[in-house]
Write a protein that binds this ligand. Sequence first.
Ligand SMILES: C[S@@+](CC[C@H](N)C(=O)[O-])C[C@H]1O[C@@H](n2cnc3c(N)ncnc32)[C@H](O)[C@@H]1O
Length: 354
Amino acid sequence: MQSSSGSGLPNSHQALLKNQHLLSGRLALLGVASAHLLQELPFSGLAMSEHAGVFHALERNQNWQACFGYEDSVLAQGNYDSIVVFLPKVRAELEMRLALARSLAADKARLILVGEKKEGIAGAIKQLKAVAPQAFKADSARHCQVWCAEAIEPASGFRAQDWLTWGVAECAGVTVEVAGLPGIFSQNGLDTGTRSLLETLAEQPIRADRLLDFACGAGVIGAWVQAWQAVREEPVAIIDGVDVQSQAVICARQTYQRNRTGGTIYALDGLLGLEGLWPAIISNPPFHTGVKTDISMTEQFLQGVKRHLKPGGELRLVANSFLPYEPLIKRYIGRVERLHEDSRFTVYRAFRNN
Ligand SMILES: C[S@@+](CC[C@H](N)C(=O)[O-])C[C@H]1O[C@@H](n2cnc3c(N)ncnc32)[C@H](O)[C@@H]1O
């Protein structure tokens, strides 16, 4: 999430509120980071967030149509007179968000781009001007810049599928195809931490008929585990996945489909709203919010994961070696072993003790 001050809203949302005079007609907000924004805006329209937790909070607001990321049936073409794009963390995602904005634009729609200086709004202007050369800076406020482009050129038919790319991930002689979308974790190949986790899964497999992959990203772990089991002609486990990000959920479903992986992908913020007990849970969990190290999400996961792990069930987790997870795993789950350790990553294994 973006940094905030004063009202508790992210700076970019405060900067928009200060520039409300730029908004008129039917409104679309793309990349909302806090649902509280809607209460401050005397408008209605579409509010999109790619974060499942924020999306669920948006759904509680009756005057607005909530939308989960880039693939949602409520995304109707050509309907909006003012479209606000909040700057995403990843530049490639801005391109996709701008394309979505143009597809939502009614005739003569106004586009407003808002972003923090420290998140790179200055560099993003080149991308904005590529699609709207008439854009001008309307304001600098709350450490943000607000850019405006009148009468943007609408574009037809945005489809998240058109932005999908495919890569391959290979580990221990088993290869799977992995979907990618702008903004997703490790789009350009298998992450080193994920690789360490997969290597331990090849050396010390988990014997369970159903697994949960928490923070599944593009679904690489689930697809690889099933492919590895199939190659060995072992019983193939169902591998469910959870991720908070719209792009991750889209990609994980695509990856599963392409590799014929069995399992359900849930769009959830942490374990909130998850029901069920699994004999084993695996994870390469998040450890930052934007660019800052932030382990609070994983701490919450470790606190709550026991409720979803069968007694005696295994938790297998990879993390940067400097992160202080071992005492937490011991406290919340049970005795911990390190299956792999190097200067960057440690793979932990723990069994639910009661
Ligand atoms: C380190 S990546 C791992 C992705 C994938 N498992 C892999 O190994 O390539 C962490 C993932 O956690 C997801 N994430 C971040 N916050 C989350 C949350 N609150 N609930 C669920 N997933 C979250 C991110 O979207 C990201 O896909």
